[in-house]
Design a protein around this ligand. Structure first.
Ligand code: SF4
Length: 135
């Protein structure tokens, strides 16, 4: 298993696989050295789809991690879509980003994009630049 984009876990046993930091997180990558997952099994943080038990175990590690804030900010800033990062699953991070976009839009006085009957963004309003579809 690997982190997409900026994250490159080490595969050799006993080596650190903690998420790589991006320059977007203030303070550089020093937080990685304090990651609670540094020597954890990478598979724990990339559970198969539907394996909520493994995901919950990874989130439990995150909850005790001293750098959870930096990790989550990095994952959000880099658009990391896969795996458990900062105590959230990829789906949870995408929902958080979508909620942030809605808040920013609302604060800017922009109308929210329309949704279809199943709660998805209406393609017509997205095409008109009213919003970004949630994956
Ligand atoms: S918050 Fe979780 S994924 Fe991020 S460094 Fe800590 S233990 Fe690892």
């Amino acid at each position: 298993m690997t982190f997409a984009s900026t994250s490159t876990p080490a595969s050799a046993p006993g080596t650190s696989w903690a998420p790589a930091a991006s320059a977007s997180v203030a303070g550089g990558d020093g937080w990685r050295r304090r990651a609670a997952c540094r020597h954890a099994d990478p598979d724990l943080f990339f559970p198969p789809v539907g394996d909520s038990q493994t995901a919950a175990a990874a989130v439990a590690v995150c909850r005790g991690c001293p750098v959870i804030d930096a990790c989550l900010r990095d994952a959000l800033a880099t658009g990391e879509r896969h795996g458990i990062r900062g105590g959230l699953t990829g789906i949870e991070r995408r929902k958080l980003l979508a909620a942030r976009r809605r808040l920013v839009r609302r604060l800017a006085g922009q109308a929210p994009p329309a949704r279809d009957g199943r709660g998805r963004w209406c393609s017509a309003s997205v095409a008109a630049g009213a919003g970004t579809p949630v994956a």
